[in-house]
Design a binder for this molecule. Structure first.
Ligand code: G6P
Length: 368
């Protein structure tokens, strides 16, 4: 199909702004909005009541979505999750007898390593499911269960809307699985689906922070390195934030679990090092706050993504604080993706790189 940029300077920015709508569409295939009950799309019929262990696998941004998925499935459905990048899944020789479902995440549905992993799982006799954005893709054709994201065509090489739609699908699925496994009551299910329906509005609010993030990107564009930190649900986001920045601005960026700061990356911190901290005021906040203080004590230049409560905690005197709306924990990975995407985008624009088609990268990697 032909897709144009409309009034946007880049496809990436257009796709960032499409998120409230496409996340809402994706939610609609996993939740019946009239009854507030979770459901599966017609192309899938997974019986989660008998799923105790899952194997998740994907590449690139899809892998980070799967990492959030692991946190969701383990917390809300008590399903143990193995997780591998697809290029390693086959080589790890993991015993798969106890795995009840192999779940793959792919925007294109054509990534060679993910496809090879799917075929490996099938050859091992596993039941397979795939979260895919392109429904006529090879992965969609070959998997037992298709879980479509409804992000629409994604043209920018750096994934944005496909990622947040994958997160929405995973969040809703984990609740569905929790209900099927008797871990979530009907009343809690209603509460969760009501929460999930708040996402488009919250994403929209986060998009209003664009000017503020554009300002911060001017400083970021002068840097050679950057560190991203997060804990718990925000850990995968630190990895994805760093990936987004390096993909399109070519600034060397690393994402770390905040608790790993002391085990290496702290050695890199001086007053030239920007540190982006993803820290909603959730159950991990106090611990992450102490990591932020360690960075501040070494002169690191902190960009703190938090909410009103986190900002009121006044963790350090000097930080560029982006105040996000307050939200239940399940939504934080989705909504906190927005400032990370905008930061990468504006930094790349400042640097004059080819945002939609960064050097050396392909939208879909069809060779192993
Ligand atoms: C490439 C793209 C990434 C994407 C990855 C996996 O590296 O540039 O944006 O996350 O492939 O692609 P998939 O289509 O399987 O999600």
């Amino acid at each position: 199909h032909y897709v144009d940029k409309g009034n946007y300077r880049h496809f990436m920015l257009k796709e960032i702004y499409e998120q409230p709508e496409v996340i809402g569409h994706t939610l609609g295939s996993f939740v019946d909005l009239t009854t507030g009950k979770t459901r599966l799309p017609a192309s899938a019929s997974i019986d989660f009541s008998s799923v105790k262990r899952m194997a998740l696998s994907a590449c690139g941004t899809g892998f980070y979505a799967a990492l959030v998925g692991r946190y969701y499935f383990e917390r809300y459905a008590r399903i143990a999750c193995d997780l591998d990048v697809a290029s390693e899944f086959r080589y790890r020789e993991s015993p798969l007898e106890d795995v009840d479902l192999a779940l793959f995440v792919s925007q294109s549905g054509e990534t060679a390593d993910t496809l090879a992993s799917l075929r490996h799982a099938k050859a091992e006799g596993l039941q397979t499911a795939a979260i895919v954005n392109v429904d006529e893709s090879t992965i969609a054709r070959e998997t037992d269960h298709v879980l479509p994201t409804l992000a629409g065509p994604e043209i920018g090489v750096a994934s944005t809307k496909a990622f947040t739609c994958q997160l929405m699908a995973l969040a809703a699925l984990s609740i569905r699985a929790g209900v099927a496994r008797g871990r979530i009551s009907e009343a809690q299910e209603m509460e969760f689906t009501k929460t999930l329906q708040e996402t488009p509005r919250l994403v929209n609010e986060a998009l209003h922070l664009e000017d503020q993030i554009d300002q911060l990107s001017r400083e970021m564009a002068t840097k050679k390195h950057a560190l991203f930190l997060g804990r718990g649900f925000s850990y995968p986001l630190a990895l994805e934030g760093a990936l987004k920045l390096k993909e399109i601005s070519y600034i060397h960026a690393e994402g770390y679990a905040a608790g790993e700061l002391k085990h290496g990356p702290i050695a890199l911190i001086d007053d030239t090092m920007p540190v982006v901290v993803i820290a909603p005021h959730d159950r991990s906040f106090e611990k992450t706050a102490s990591n932020v203080q360690e960075v501040a004590a070494r002169g690191g230049d902190i960009i703190l993504l938090t909410d009103r409560k986190g900002a009121e905690a006044k963790v350090v005197d000097e930080a560029h604080t982006i105040v996000m709306p307050r939200m239940p924990e399940i939504l934080t990975p989705i909504v906190y993706s927005i400032p990370l995407q905008l930061l990468a985008y504006h930094t790349a624009v400042q640097m004059g790189t080819d945002v939609d088609q960064p050097r050396n990268l392909a939208k879909s990697v069809t060779v192993e």
